[in-house]
Design a protein around this ligand. Structure first.
Ligand code: GTR
Length: 398
């Protein structure tokens, strides 16, 4: 009997101590109406040095997984099924190679996906690579035309595209069919798509033609949300460039401008993009979320980040995106890497056209090779934009 009591006391203490680290359920969370302080740690103290920030990064990662996207499945080996014979694509004096690789990964190799590689010139060298996961929308050869794509590749970049929906369907089948990765339903499609980016990076890192220090990711809209999440969680990715990613991407959850997509809109129409816990944060509960998208952007630092946007892309909240950007910039400044961060607005709507790709490669040339771009990547085209936060960054952390 005495033994039993001792055990109960031990279990009680264990639960209490371990409980201090668990994340709060909604009724325990305070309302925060401006953009939450990324430097405020779970224990109530503020980040004051680099090692605090590294701890805070882990706390933020856990919050994004617990409240919004779900938890990443463990990694899984990627194997090559086949590599197609190269196709040469030429325009005038320029040429690139198209190589199609079939890969498989996941439990028992159940996930099959195709990676299209567009390689500069004769394919000799080690090149930076930009990965795009939106083959499900339309191939880049169609979207940008083969000539347009070549105009990018000839700048010395490999462009790699795959279909992220091979990792989870873009439909509300989550509960019905489960998922290729695991049977734990605490995940959303965006998370699994991001996991697909990570497996693509695994494969690319095995290739000699890849400069392993210069891996970038991009994607459009829901694909942009995915690229941001993938980049925020994977330090092997040197440049994270979401395009027109809007709400739950580079656009904040609070501070949604008139006509922009709210949490209620996105979580109602696309519940399966997120973990189920996210549904608790609709209506006024939005302000109970202890984090916002600026902190996801901040996880990219000290690596490079660019968000490309359309001024007329109202649904994607271009103005709020600037507010989140400025809040995230506080972290880049505190880490001394503000030059690694940029924002670009085209005078267009919701697209991922060649202009945005050129902006991306110009920015990549800047952060990878120190070239001076012709565009000011710090320029915010909104007059009288109000600051969406009242906290300030700690003194420099580097
Ligand atoms: C919209 C959705 C947006 C955006 C877009 C897209 O319907 O509301 O968040 O992701 O789809 O992916 O094209």
């Amino acid at each position: 009997m005495k033994k039993q009591i001792l055990w109960m006391v031990a279990i009680f203490f264990f639960l209490n101590v371990s409980g201090q680290n668990k994340l709060n359920w909604i009724n325990e969370l305070p309302y925060i109406t401006d953009i939450p302080d990324p430097f405020l740690m779970n224990n109530g103290s503020r980040v004051s040095n680099l090692s605090d920030w590294m701890k805070r990064r882990d706390e933020l990662k856990e919050k994004f997984q617990f409240y919004e996207y779900g938890h990443f499945a463990p990694t899984s080996p990627v194997s090559v099924v086949s590599v197609s014979p190269d196709t040469i694509i030429e325009y005038g004096k320029d040429r690139m190679i198209r190589r199609v690789v079939q890969l498989k990964t996941g439990t028992e190799g159940r996930i099959s996906f195709t990676l299209n590689l567009f390689i500069p010139g004769k394919g000799q060298g080690s090149f930076p690579v930009i990965i795009d996961g939106d083959l499900c929308f339309e191939s880049l050869q169609k979207r940008l035309t083969a000539e347009g794509l070549l105009s990018l590749v000839k700048r010395g970049y490999i462009i790699a595209e795959f279909d992220r929906t091979k990792f989870a369907p873009d439909e509300n089948t989550r509960v019905k069919e489960g998922n290729q990765l695991n049977q734990n339903f605490d995940f959303g499609a965006i998370l699994n798509w991001a996991w697909g980016f990570h497996r693509t990076v695994d494969y690319l890192l095995t290739l000699n033609i890849i400069d392993k220090t210069k891996i970038g990711v991009t994607g459009w809209s829901r694909g942009g949300k995915t690229a941001l999440l993938a980049g925020a969680f994977d330090d092997r990715i040197a440049l994270v460039a979401p395009n027109c990613s809007g709400t739950c991407g580079s656009g904040p959850l609070r501070f949604v401008d008139t006509g922009g997509e709210t949490i209620d809109d996105i979580a109602t129409v696309f519940p399966y993009w997120f973990c189920s816990n996210f549904q608790n944060f609709l209506g006024i509960n939005r302000d109970k979320l202890p984090m916002d998208q600026h902190s996801l952007i901040a996880l990219v630092a000290p690596r490079a980040y660019l968000s490309t946007n359309g001024l007329k892309d109202t649904w994607a909240n271009p103005r709020g995106t600037a507010q989140a950007h400025l809040a995230a910039r506080e972290v880049f400044v505190a880490l001394g890497v503000q030059d690694k961060m940029g924002i670009f607005y085209a005078n267009t709507g919701h697209d991922h056209n060649i202009d945005k790709w050129i902006a991306l490669l110009d920015f990549a040339d800047k952060v990878f090779y120190g070239k001076t771009p012709s565009y000011d990547y710090d320029s915010i085209p909104f007059v009288g934009l109000n600051k969406a936060y009242s906290w300030s960054a700690p003194k420099k952390l580097f």
